[in-house]
Write a protein that binds this ligand. Structure first.
Ligand SMILES: C[S@@+](CC[C@H](N)C(=O)[O-])C[C@H]1O[C@@H](n2cnc3c(N)ncnc32)[C@H](O)[C@@H]1O
Length: 309
């Protein structure tokens, strides 16, 4: 396993900022004065570096979960305005209390029950909260699914100022699960198998048991592949429930840098995230489509047949 944003999540790495406790954990609900963060501790320094150039930024985060990252980013960035969006309709009360207690409630607005793929809703929220002011920073740590991730990107990226930054966390998640499943299932004696992360194994089992999980189809396809001893899944069975994995967006963004244009000036990626810097081009949020930035002349985004053995 690599060092994805969600790996190495260890409750023993708990820490405090301004008297508010943050506990890295997958499962623990937030408690009064103690918020759960779904990130490994190495991501905290990463966010400090990301935020350092911004002075009181206007920012959006997608994916609140237990609220740890919202409070963390708010305390680190001291934003002028910060909107956070979460699909679950249930407000995270310890987060709301922490924002109030740290005098952040005026600047930080969590929205619960909002789908990041709901373009109209997202457009209205941003218009209500920011008016015509451009955004400095967007962090997408929500669905980690392709369609939803592209939908939010197309709404929010044009709203960034030139030089503003758009981060997509964990773009490798689906690929890592598939990779891990293949490695462990094809060769139980391998060092990778021996080092297998128990946490991830549980997630894989949960994904297999839950057909609605975003990872279900990847896990299923990886097992089909393993059972077929490395061959491709039988027939035309959809590998990803008929949809591409979220990693496709990283390929699209890379292709967007391959052609002239100043919609985006930089695309940086590692296994934690993709970081895209907005260029000076005028982009209409109503019509902006990522696919228009990356003409795929060589069919890189369509399936090439594997090279001959
Ligand atoms: C990885 S967690 C977020 C973790 C949080 N940013 C942190 O670091 O503590 C992903 C969250 O995104 C939410 N989510 C999933 N799909 C979503 C969607 N389509 N729109 C908005 N939120 C979504 C999930 O409910 C979950 O709470």
């Amino acid at each position: 396993m690599g060092e994805g944003a969600g790996t190495d999540i260890d409750q023993d790495d708990r820490f405090e900022i301004d008297g508010l406790e943050f506990v890295p954990s997958w499962y623990r609900p937030s408690q009064p004065g103690s918020l759960t963060l779904l990130k490994g501790i190495h991501m905290v320094a990463r966010y400090e570096r990301l935020l350092a150039p911004f002075d009181r930024p206007r920012m959006v985060e997608l994916g609140i979960s237990q609220g740890g990252s919202v409070a963390l980013l708010a305390l680190l960035a001291r934003p002028e305005r910060f909107v956070a969006v979460e699909l679950s309709p249930d407000p995270v009360v310890p987060l709301l209390d922490a924002l109030r207690d740290h005098h952040l409630a005026d600047a930080v607005k969590p929205y619960f029950g909002v789908d990041q793929a709901d373009r109209d809703r997202l457009t209205r929220i941003v218009a209500d909260e920011f008016g015509d002011d451009p955004l400095d920073l967007v962090v997408d740590d929500a669905s980690h699914r392709y369609d939803e991730t592209v939908a939010s990107f197309e709404v929010l990226f044009p709203r960034l100022r030139p030089g503003g930054v758009y981060v997509i966390e964990d773009w490798t998640g689906q690929d890592q699960v598939a990779d891990h499943a293949v490695a462990t299932l094809t060769d139980p004696g391998s060092p990778r198998h021996a080092e297998a992360n128990e946490e991830l194994r549980r997630h894989l089992e949960a994904a297999l048991a839950d057909p609605t999980s975003p990872l279900h189809h990847q896990a299923r396809a990886a097992i089909d592949q393993a059972v077929g001893q490395g061959g491709p899944p039988a027939g035309d069975a959809p590998v990803h429930g008929g949809r591409p994995p979220v990693s496709r967006i990283a390929l699209e963004l890379a292709l967007a840098r391959a052609v002239p244009g100043d919609a985006l000036t930089e695309v940086r990626l590692d296994e934690n995230w993709v970081e895209v810097t907005r260029g000076p081009a005028a982009l209409d949020p109503a019509t902006f489509r990522l696919a228009d930035l990356c003409p795929d002349h060589y069919g890189l985004l369509t399936a090439f047949p594997p090279p001959p053995a």
